[in-house]
Design a protein around this ligand. Structure first.
Ligand SMILES: [Zn+2]
Length: 108
């Protein structure tokens, strides 16, 4: 099963995993070339575009931090506050969405 991933800015195919940056724009996960992402970050879209990529090293660090926070919170929080751990699950969901919808289709 394969799927071609197109950059949201230049609309060209993203061929290499290292060149892929995924981020969220108005809660939607969007694929970019690394260069295109940088350009959009400097443009008008920066108001809505998350300046933290979902994938790559920093994205993975945040992913693991979010898991630790979510689990830690479930363990330490009082019963009625446990739902707040859902806030930490949101970035986990974005990260998984990015992987399943974009990253796994692009060879590294
Ligand atoms: Zn592009």
């Amino acid at each position: 099963m394969s799927k071609t991933i197109y950059c949201d800015k230049c609309l060209k195919e993203i061929k290499v995993r290292d060149d892929l940056v995924t981020s969220t724009l108005l809660f939607e996960v969007i694929p970019y070339h690394e260069d295109c992402y940088t350009k959009d970050l400097k443009g008008i879209k920066t108001l809505f575009l998350d300046n933290q990529p979902l994938n790559g090293f920093s994205g993975n660090v945040l992913f693991f931090l979010a898991i630790i926070i979510a689990i830690g919170w479930i363990v330490i929080a009082e019963g009625s506050l446990k739902w707040l751990s859902l806030l930490a699950i949101v970035p986990i969901g974005y990260r998984l969405y990015s992987y399943y919808n974009f990253e796994r289709y692009i060879p590294s």
